[in-house]
Design a binder for this molecule. Sequence first.
Ligand code: SF4
Length: 375
Amino acid sequence: MQYSVPDYYKEFSCLADKCEDTCCAGWQIVVDKKSLKKYKEETGDYRKKLKKAVDFRNETFRQDNNKRCAFLKENNLCDMYLNLGPDSLCKTCRMYPRHVEEFENVREITLSVSCPEVARILLSKKEPVIFLSKEREGEEEYEDFDPFLYSQLVEAREVIRGILQDRSKALEVRALLVLGLAHDMQGRLQRGELFACEEVWNKYRSKKAETFAEEKVKGFYDGIGKRYACSKKFYDCLCGLELLRSDWDMLLEEAGIVLYRSGRRFYDILLEDFGIWIAKSDLDLTTQCEQLLVYFIDTYFCGGVYDGCVFDKVNMAVASVFLIYELLAVIWDVQNGRIDFSDVVKMVYRFSRELEHSDSNILKAQKWPSLLQFL
Ligand code: SF4
């Protein structure tokens, strides 16, 4: 069995009560059956508390009116952990923020940027992220698993990562190249021509594709309304997701006012001024956006082996980073032309919590319109 993790994996350590926004509030924690059984069979003094705080019927931990887990103490430490020790935690609490994608004989483990500490680690990283793999004993066989498609996806992901991390090109050009690559690959997948993917990869690594992408990107930013139309469409898509936290709704409302209150001309000026400010600032937002694109691709792309939707995953990655950038422009405007690293971290983990902590939101985001139609 092969295990892989990103190179920053070992840097993570939970901040517990020092965390600026605990993961034990704001969403329902689902409890696995094994833990539920353990809680039911508890005989010690803590039995009473377990009975009160665990919703055995809905297989979740109860929450207070502020959506804080019933085990979360005022000082943000876990009461169950303190009383019964680390082994008492349910699978969700033991694993988070680790995210595991399972494939035949492969476990890909990533860290979710919905955790503020993970977001901080990833966004502080200057070098391109690499993945580390280890073989461990054990083999498994899946029914209905397509090893050929999986191997093509793994190879495609390497190519996509290579393009996204090629810092000799503008990030927008890199993003467009991987969208094009995924679009072509999707077509071949649907026509049963995956064996010819090498051609696709070479095409999107060529100078010709780069020049074509540069032209398209120029057209997107030249003020004739393509970026504005794209922004409005994806803002509406974001508003259409299931809401997990009420403060997110307030941010979306504010974003709608700031970005679109005075039409396209104001939007263009705001985004242009923000771009100029970012370029002069110490914030390396381009590298941070690259790390986020790679993060989304690494987490979701190979899941295409189960649903055959490879383009949708790349589209979601690019749309998400596009939206995070726009929301940062909103915060910059609201804060009178200033943002700092902590604002970027906060935006990333808040965005990720809304998108990635709801299965229905992840599915919806993979059905967002194609960004290519706005070029
Ligand atoms: S969000 Fe991350 S750092 Fe904060 S308490 Fe949860 S796991 Fe720990």
